[in-house]
Design a protein around this ligand. Structure first.
Ligand SMILES: [Zn+2]
Ligand SMILES: [Zn+2]
Length: 347
């Protein structure tokens, strides 16, 4: 049984997951450490239509033709994550002195985003990408409505170097009874700002970025993509709604096409500027909708350099590419895509 252990020195919970069968000598092999990788990985059946029986029973699927559940006539579908260390049961932490732990309770779902394994998010048909984003929003809303859930996230790992277990286009939804430390730190900063100013910290940052412009990558009527002022890694890019929305499930359906368009533009720009980098995409949101101090956003982190990361000795991230430079590169890449010219020929 996997355990969630609370770090007594900070907001983090750590998943201790011994049943995945890793030996100490496996540590360091990135692909061995991806959560959910212990079954159905590259050795399992394909995720393509016709192999449904090789996978756990689907939770929900998009079937445009209205075909019955379980069959091969789907355009996207959601499964329990094979090999997930999380189990469905009441969350019951226990304390041993000052040390708190609990069985690893949670829900982890695999979202198979397309029938065709060769497709990529940026090559999906536009309507299909909108449908997939709606599917994610609905799964997030489903989990966020459960009273025991403290954190819901969507994540996409693309490329083995980013921890992807499957080459087939996919993502995952994770719902946990414990907070995510990064979201928690942002939430606390935003709550403090709200107490002092009465305003949303994220909205204030976005307003500032739209005045300064140097870190704005691209924008449309509903969303802005920008490289954050204190980007933790080269080409880290955030996508944020212009309207204040605490939680992702508050996003109206009529704004999904604009999110799809901005996401496609940013991923295409990264592909052009960095030659199809592996990347991690994660949704930062909170379970409770309404007028909270949080403001949901998507963080996109390309895995492009070994010369960046967390320096334990100084307790800070080291980023060799200023976010202003990264934003300019991405704007040039977008312009080159729009002009249909080879990137770099005009530089
Ligand atoms: Zn806001
Ligand atoms: Zn965030």
């Amino acid at each position: 049984m996997s355990l969630l252990r609370k770090d007594p020195f900070g907001p983090a919970w750590v998943l201790i997951s011994p049943e995945r069968g890793l030996q100490p000598s496996d540590v360091g092999r990135d692909e061995a450490l991806a959560v959910g990788s212990s079954a159905g990985s590259a050795d399992g059946p394909p995720l393509t239509p016709g192999h449904e029986r090789g996978w756990p029973t689907e939770i929900v699927a998009l079937r445009p033709t209205g075909a019955p559940a379980g069959g091969p006539d789907w355009s996207a579908r959601v499964l329990p994550m094979p090999g997930s260390p999380f189990v469905a049961r009441p969350f019951a932490p226990t304390a041993d002195g000052v040390l708190v732990s609990a069985p690893a309770v949670g829900a982890q779902e695999l979202v198979v985003e397309h029938r065709d394994p060769s497709m990529r998010l940026e090559t999906f048909e536009r309507d299909h990408l909108v449908d997939v984003l709606r599917l994610y929003r609905d799964r997030v809303a489903h989990h966020a409505a459960r009273p025991e859930v403290r954190h819901v996230q969507v994540s996409r790992n693309v490329g083995r170097a980013a921890g992807a277990v499957y080459d087939h286009p996919h993502g995952q939804v994770l719902a946990l009874p414990v907070p995510n430390r990064w979201v928690e730190e942002e939430r606390e900063a935003a709550a403090g700002h709200r107490v002092v100013t009465g305003r949303c910290l994220f909205c204030d940052v976005l307003d500032h970025e739209l005045v300064v412009r140097e870190r704005v990558v691209t924008a449309n009527d509903a969303f802005v993509a920008f490289t954050p002022f204190a980007a933790k890694a080269p080409f880290e890019t955030w996508l944020m709604p212009r309207d204040h929305q605490s939680a992702f499930q508050e996003l109206p359906g009529n704004r999904l096409p604009e999110l799809a368009d901005l996401l496609r533009t940013v991923v295409e720009a990264l592909n052009v500027a960095l030659d199809h980098p592996p990347y991690n995409l994660v949704l930062h949101t909170v379970p409770e909708a309404g007028s909270g101090a949080f403001h949901w956003h998507v963080e996109l982190l390309p895995r492009v350099t070994r010369h960046a990361g967390f320096d334990w000795s100084i307790g800070a991230y080291v980023n060799p590419i200023p976010p202003e430079v990264a934003a300019r590169f991405l704007r040039e890449a977008i312009a080159s895509v729009a002009a249909g010219v080879a990137y770099g020929s005009a530089r």
